[in-house]
Design a protein around this ligand. Structure first.
Ligand SMILES: [Zn+2]
Length: 188
């Protein structure tokens, strides 16, 4: 196998009811999902293909390793996150005119979650993989979730809003994905 600066464990999961083969990286492992009824003589070939793909993605993300390390943030506290949210929101609106709580929480796959409670109070959860992430990545995740305050889906209107709250969101999103991948691979 090709050399790279990380060796991850692998786990093959045969699942009932799926037709496609897929792979993902989580908790420091390469996970493979294969249909339960798959012919066993095909397994090795399919695993090799998925592995190659995952490793390519990881290598791509790894290019930013030192860069990410250099600009790790020290924003951990809820009030610090809220201050950041206020700065982002007031790029477009005059004030943050709703009750907002932001905290880190363990989350699978998503970067963040926007919740509006019955009493109108808003809570934004950020995937705790972003706890030491560079500030501009936190900024992206918060801007994305704040954009859901007025727009629930991911349609054009939503992206117009996001562009106003975080003008270079596309670039930052790409980097946030890379960062999350390195975190899932437990390389950080
Ligand atoms: Zn969203």
């Amino acid at each position: 196998m090709e050399k790279y600066p990380f060796q991850l464990k692998e786990e093959v999961i045969f699942k009932k009811g799926i037709r496609c083969c897929s792979g993902r990286i989580r908790e420091g492992k390469l996970l493979y999902y294969l249909p339960r009824q798959m012919k066993r003589e095909l397994v090795e070939k399919v695993l090799a293909e998925i592995r190659q793909n995952l490793i390519l993605r990881l290598k791509d993300a790894y290019r930013y390793y030192n860069y990410f390390r250099k600009c790790q943030s020290h924003i951990h506290k809820s009030y610090e996150l809220k201050k950041m949210a206020e700065e982002i929101y007031t790029r477009k609106y005059s004030t943050l005119d709703f009750s907002l709580t932001i905290k880190f929480r363990r989350q699978k796959t998503v970067m963040g979650t926007y919740r509006r409670k019955k009493d109108g109070k808003v809570v934004i959860y950020i995937n705790d993989h972003f706890k030491n992430a560079p500030e501009f990545l936190l900024e992206y995740v918060i801007a994305h979730e704040l954009s859901h305050h007025h727009f629930s889906g991911h349609d054009q209107a939503f992206y117009r809003e996001l562009s106003q709250l975080c003008p270079d969101h596309k670039k930052k999103r790409k980097l946030a994905n890379q960062y999350l991948l390195l975190k899932e691979a437990e390389i950080f």
